[in-house]
Design a protein around this ligand. Structure first.
Ligand code: NDP
Length: 330
């Protein structure tokens, strides 16, 4: 077995977190029960925050970054996992409190692992990654709320050309909903049409403060932007609709009123992927297996080596990446 290998490590440099590739060995890894050889990871907005240091994600340093991983079990002291098992991890505190996926090997707590779902190879699982699995959690939240199935209005997806947005559009369109995409990049319209969007709203149209109740344009929405955008989306959702909110790409505030909720019974459905229980994860992955077209997944995916992570992290925070980024671990 390889004794030393590369990992993207966040360290304390002069009181500030700083990311860089380091050579480490198996002895450096935490003493958890399952050793996984990682084939690939992915880049999510949160990875961008961690690597650029824009928001402090790692709660202790040094920290191996990467909130996702897919790989093969090499050693296990846990009865439920055997060498050769193909697994993935999304969230569970990776890159926050637990060493993460930007590393050739990682030791993990057994309860963090999910068996690689049938029908996906490791690269496809990471093309989905946390962003895609969160999009599936959002679609499940909307369908569980139960309004979009009955409405003839479109479902709005904000941050449309990003990771969560791209997968959400592909899933919603495949499940038969009309999808309107809100994007700040007109250059992505052809791409978003391929995924299944049939109409567009500019990012700017949702970014300016609006009235507490506006025209009821949407049956529901998946929002990865937050802030004024989310406030407007709530104000534009029709009576009885739901908005699955998972992100803060436009800001963590929510300058809204209670009016959509108390006068239109609009639901704000909060979606967390990091600590979601296994049953909810399994439902999300089942939805992805059922409703995510593999050709579209390939269309929205770019593959990069770990050495590209510093530039990619800057790009995702600047809103310049499109779709999903898979990180190949060598
Ligand atoms: P991406 O960067 O891939 O997508 C975010 C998209 O938001 C961008 O592509 C862009 O879309 C839009 N955007 C970027 N900056 C701004 C801005 N200042 N104002 C308005 N829109 C903006 O990130 P991810 O898809 O990985 O994540 C999206 C969000 O969801 C992040 O905030 C992330 O933290 C959150 N998230 C939360 C999870 C949870 O568990 N709750 C899990 C996964 C993600 P466009 O160019 O089309 O306008």
């Amino acid at each position: 077995m390889t004794k030393s290998f590369q990992a993207m490590m966040i360290e304390d440099v002069g009181g500030k977190p700083q990311a860089g590739l380091k050579t480490i060995s198996l002895e450096d890894l935490p003493d958890h029960d399952v050793l996984v050889e990682i084939a690939c990871s992915s880049l999510n907005y949160k990875d961008g925050l961690a690597l650029t240091g824009k928001i402090r994600i790692a709660r202790r340093l040094p920290m191996v970054a990467g909130i996702d991983l897919a790989g093969t079990v090499v050693e296990s002291r846990a009865p439920e996992w055997k060498p050769g098992d193909r697994v993935l991890v999304n969230g569970w505190g990776l890159s926050e409190t637990e060493w993460g996926g930007y590393s050739r090997y990682q030791r993990l707590k057994p309860q963090f692992l999910t068996r690689l779902p049938d029908g996906f190879d490791m690269q496809q699982a990471m093309a989905i990654g946390t962003a895609g699995y969160t999009a599936a959690l959002c679609v499940n939240a909307l369908e569980d709320w139960g309004h979009i199935q009955k409405s003839d209005k479109p479902v709005l997806v904000t941050g449309a050309a990003g990771g969560v947005g791209s997968v959400a559009i592909a899933l919603l369109a495949k499940r038969g909903y009309q999808v309107t995409a809100s994007t700040g990049r007109a250059s992505t319209h052809d791409y978003l049409r391929k995924l299944g969007a049939t109409a567009f709203v500019t990012r700017e149209a949702l970014a300016a403060p609006g009235a507490p109740l506006q025209a009821e344009d949407w049956a529901g929405a998946v929002d990865s932007v937050g802030s004024t955008t989310l406030a407007n989306v709530l104000a534009q959702t029709e009576y009885g609709g739901g908005v699955a909110a998972c992100g803060l790409a436009g800001g963590a505030d929510l300058p809204a009123t209670v009016m959509p909720h108390i006068l239109r019974s609009v639901a704000l459905l909060g979606v967390d992927s990091v600590m979601a229980p296994q049953s909810r994860r399994d439902r999300a992955w089942s939805l992805l297996a059922e409703s995510l077209d593999k050709d579209l997944l390939a269309e929205m995916t770019n593959v990069h080596p770990m050495s590209d992570l510093p530039q990619l992290a800057e790009a995702i925070i600047a809103g310049k990446t499109q779709g999903r980024v898979v990180i190949r671990i060598e």
